[in-house]
Design a protein around this ligand. Structure first.
Ligand SMILES: Nc1nc2c(c(=O)[nH]1)N[C@H]1C(S)=C(S)[C@@H](COP(=O)(O)OP(=O)(O)OC[C@H]3O[C@@H](n4cnc5c(=O)[nH]c(N)nc54)[C@H](O)[C@@H]3O)O[C@H]1N2
Ligand SMILES: Nc1nc2c(c(=O)[nH]1)N[C@H]1C(S)=C(S)[C@@H](COP(=O)(O)OP(=O)(O)OC[C@H]3O[C@@H](n4cnc5c(=O)[nH]c(N)nc54)[C@H](O)[C@@H]3O)O[C@H]1N2
Ligand SMILES: [Mo]
Length: 831
């Protein structure tokens, strides 16, 4: 049966309830452009969503060489045919008139169009000059969580073994470096233990700082369907905002931001106090329990209640739900990761699972979530601060092994220090030791903290900046060379979602103008630089996506992220496949750690752990004495207060994050009319109590300021925690009227004008969630509403609701939902 639904007004669509341990049925969501009928579609091309880390499988509809729509893939393990609002409407941005079509170079201060040869020549000659004069440490690469695996791997090889620089990192530093670090700290190695299928089996699902409803809407549909079926799960939500997750939770804890560690220690205290520890599991598979037990002994709910400002009774209630779970699934994301004790807190969630033995069984899983669609690949391929294949930079054996794969001398791969993290790279650029920065697939002039500083770093004369993007972004405008990239739907490659599911995304249409796939750009650079292996052969010896994938497979062989059992052919089958996939697991691996801990042995582990307070790397000697047999590590942590607390001048806490309808700096979603209309401009969320106390109303124009800078937006009064402000970080300057912006005269609207240059000591992830801020009235709204959605965490509170129209998409936002796969058996239409 087909139904048509306004998927802006009803973002999660209609329900298909199912009971515990039952299979989640398929519902195929299809969106075709106005005037296109299903019969008009000439080809459906396989892809998966590139606007979050779910990996929703979909096909792109093609007509006359143009994208005309998308449709979910019913057989895929991840989404069973469903798509979220960004999946359904975001593809329209590909065809925007303002896509970059030709390379640009800066001449006499202005960016002017040029040809590829001229642009690449500039990059190559500057690279050579810098290598000669200042050495490899003068060149840095800052990449993304949105390219494809093949592209990251190529970049990692050319940067680490070609240039020989240690300065290669991704915007994954801002995103999932804590996920990786927390997994390394607890299990010795990156690799998501759980599976999305755990949602089908869990009786308790706990979400820590994770607004799943808005940021991975299809998995939220799955939870909603379970909530309406037999034997629904109980939800525990830890989030200071009234998210949809919070509204459906059995227990919602809304802590003061930055206090996750205290809260988690109290939960651990309660689990131990009430005698719920699975001592057999702990003895067989872990080290470190006694220390944790001692260090949470004093951490009573009453203690945490004072720090977190949540009632002790509610903490006890939450602990009881976790402790009494038959199968517990926990998810963790930015409310935990973008904070000063990010790794320490994320590790405490792992501890809960280790204490309860909740691992490696259906429904008992941890999802230390990713955010970006391909962040997992950035990590695997070593395009962030790790060596490829989760190899340990401190382990000479691992470096030698990598050198063998690349046929270079081990000394050619920098491993004298931990790979440089992004925040440090920007500092080096600021101080002048990095003189060339190649930025691909990320927009730091909007997404990094303290934007006035980032703008000044990127505009320095002495720094040569290359930006590789689809659009002339805020960052590209500051570049010396701009390279026009092809994107999703215009190029072929693979990527891996947060539960290790690998999907292949095929090229559906040609890129605009002379835009090229990122892979081709990196291959061209490697060829022009003439990087060689130790026998004089080409270092980068592949030439297209599939041959790059084959090269990566060799690099991944025998490592946890083993891809050797995958091929492009196999990935064109009915569903995505979870790594490790090899001769022992030809169909992939649903869950890790089903039979003990596999990757923590001192000879195998990805790192030897870090001091969670200082971030200092431990040595192999310390690691061997702590964990000689390679068990899971239960690590205790002290609670430390935030560095920046509210005071008289800055009485509020300020947190930043996402809304359902937009992706990051909106380069894609801002160009999709339905999505943009749902949230067209920035806003500021405040509690009803704070608004009343200051005589502020819905729609008032306010200024939010911190010691770094200020922004202006309209006020939305919500049920957010009193004392807290929230600002979505999506809004930069590309689509604001000329003259509006952070030019020193008019205040900006980007959240990161206000955020602080500071990071978690272990994962080096910046603190986007916790600043101290002041709030002042600029101009009365006089009855107008803030441009914030009503369907999400920004829903108006009861007092302010009257004047706010509900968020709707209207006729152009209608999506067809089909109860059964309407194209079942017609798979030959797929390429
Ligand atoms: N719609 C949409 N979806 C996306 C993206 C997007 O831009 N838009 N981006 C993708 C990416 S890259 C990422 S990383 C993910 C991020 O996904 P999420 O982490 O779910 O999103 P955020 O809004 O950054 O933060 C989540 C929640 O953290 C809460 N929070 C803030 N401070 C604290 C705290 O101190 N403690 C706790 N417990 N919670 C706190 C906030 O109230 C917020 O609701 O989303 C992915 N999916
Ligand atoms: N205040 C605040 N700041 C934050 C966060 C927060 O919660 N609060 N979250 C942080 C997080 S988790 C993240 S992930 C970052 C995201 O920050 P960014 O990565 O800077 O954000 P995007 O807008 O996704 O930028 C991606 C860029 O890549 C381009 N692009 C897309 N596809 C391709 C492609 O195939 N090839 C190339 N070459 N370019 C492409 C897009 O046009 C866009 O300009 O923001 C971080 N910043
Ligand atoms: Mo992210």
């Amino acid at each position: 049966m087909d139904v048509s639904v306004d998927r802006i007004a009803q973002p999660w669509g209609s329900r298909t309830p199912y009971g515990r341990h039952e299979a989640w049925s398929a519902r195929v969501d299809t969106r075709l452009a106005e005037g296109v009928a299903p019969g008009d579609v000439q080809q459906w091309v396989r892809a998966a969503s590139i606007l979050h880390s779910d990996g929703d499988a979909m096909d792109i509809a093609v007509m006359d060489g143009r994208m005309v729509g998308v449709r979910g893939r019913a057989q895929d393990r991840v989404n069973h045919g469903r798509l979220g609002p960004k999946d359904l409407f975001g593809w329209q941005a590909n065809a925007s008139a303002d896509r970059l079509r030709r390379p640009l170079v800066r001449r006499d201060g202005r960016l002017v169009e040029t040809d590829w040869a001229t642009a690449m020549d500039r990059i190559v000659s500057r690279s050579r000059e810098l290598l000669d004069e200042r050495g490899p440490g003068s060149i840095g690469f800052y990449t993304s969580g949105q390219l494809f695996l093949e592209e990251y791997y190529t970049l990692a090889v050319l940067a680490r073994a070609g240039i020989g620089t240690n300065h290669l990192d991704g915007n994954t530093r801002l995103c999932t470096s804590t996920a990786a670090e927390a997994l390394k700290e607890s299990f010795g190695c990156d690799g998501q233990p759980g599976s999305y299928d755990d949602i089908d089996h869990a009786d308790v699902i706990a979400l820590f700082g994770h607004n799943l409803a808005e940021t991975q809407p299809v998995q939220w549909m799955r939870i909603l369907d379970r909530l309406e079926g037999d034997d629904p799960p109980r939800l525990v939500c830890v989030d200071p905002r009234p998210t949809q997750v919070a509204r459906r939770a059995t227990v919602h804890l809304a802590p003061r931001v930055g206090t996750n560690v205290a809260l988690l220690k109290a939960l651990l205290h309660e689990i131990i106090r009430t005698g719920r520890v699975d001592h057999d599991y702990v003895a067989a598979h872990t080290v470190g329990f006694e220390e944790l037990e001692a260090r949470v002994e004093e951490c009573t709910p009453a203690w945490a209640a004072r720090i977190c400002d949540v009632p002790a009774a509610r903490i006890e209630e939450a602990a009881e739900i976790l402790a009494s779970a038959d199968r517990l699934l926990s998810t963790v994301l930015q409310g935990v990761y973008q904070s000063h004790q990010a790794t320490a807190a994320a590790v405490q969630v792992n501890n809960i699972h280790l204490l309860l033995g909740m691992l490696g069984r259906p429904g008992a899983g941890i999802l230390q979530m990713n955010g970006q669609p391909t962040a997992q690949n950035t990590r695997e391929c070593g395009a962030n601060g790790d060596l490829p294949g989760f190899r340990n930079w401190q382990n000479d054996q691992h470096v030698a092994d990598l050198a063998k794969v690349w046929n270079v001398e081990p000394e050619q791969i920098p491993h004298y220090a931990p790979p440089t993290h992004a925040m440090q790279m920007f500092r080096y650029a600021e101080q002048g030791s990095i003189r060339m920065l190649w930025i691909s697939g990320t927009n730091p002039a909007v997404s990094l903290p303290e934007l006035s500083r980032i703008r000044s770093i990127l505009s320095q004369e002495r720094l040569f900046t290359v930006v590789q993007d689809l659009f002339l972004t805020e960052t590209a405008q500051l570049a010396d060379v701009v390279l026009p990239a092809a994107t999703w739907g215009e190029k072929t490659g693979t990527f891996t979602n947060a539960d290790r599911t690998v999907h292949l995304s095929d090229k559906a249409v040609d890129p605009p103008g002379e835009a090229k796939p990122d892979l081709d750009i990196f291959l061209d650079y490697a060829a022009r630089m003439d990087f060689r292996d130790k026998d004089g052969g080409p270092l980068v010896h592949w030439h297209d996506p599939e041959s790059a994938f084959e090269a990566w497979k060799r690099c991944s062989a025998g490592r946890p992220c083993d891809y050797t059992g995958l091929t492009y052919g196999k990935l064109r089958g009915p569903s995505g496949i979870q790594w490790p996939c090899n001769e022992h697991a030809a169909q992939g691996t649903e869950r890790l750690y089903t039979d003990g801990i596999s990757w923590a042995h001192p000879d195998v582990c990805e790192n030897y752990g870090k001091d969670l307070v200082t971030g200092a790397s431990e040595s192999v000697v310390e690691y061997r004495s702590l964990n000689p047999d390679g068990k899971a590590m239960i690590k205790a942590a002290a609670y430390l207060p935030l560095h920046e607390m509210p005071d008289e001048e800055h009485p509020f806490q300020l947190t930043t994050g996402r809304t359902l309808y937009h992706f990051h700096t909106r380069t894609k979603t801002g160009r999709a009319p339905q999505l943009n209309a749902a949230a067209p401009d920035v806003w500021v969320e405040v509690s009803a109590a704070d608004a009343a106390e200051r005589d502020l109303n819905e729609g008032d124009l306010v200024e939010v300021s911190t010691p770094r800078g200020a922004l202006r937006g309209r006020l939305r009064v919500t049920d957010i925690r009193p004392g807290l402000l929230f600002v979505p970080f999506h809004y930069g300057y590309w689509d604001t009227p000329a003259g509006h912006g952070p030019d020193g005269k008019t205040p900006g609207r980007a959240a990161n004008e206000t955020t602080v240059t500071d990071w978690d000591p272990a994962s080096k992830q910046p603190l986007f969630k916790t600043a101290a801020a002041a709030l002042t009235l600029v101009e009365r709204g006089d009855g107008r509403a803030a441009p914030a959605p009503t369907t999400t965490a920004s829903a108006p509170s009861r007092t302010g609701r009257a004047c706010v129209p509900p968020t709707e998409g209207g006729p152009t936002a209608r999506v067809t939902q089909s109860g059964e796969a309407p194209w079942h058996g017609r798979e030959e239409g797929l390429r």
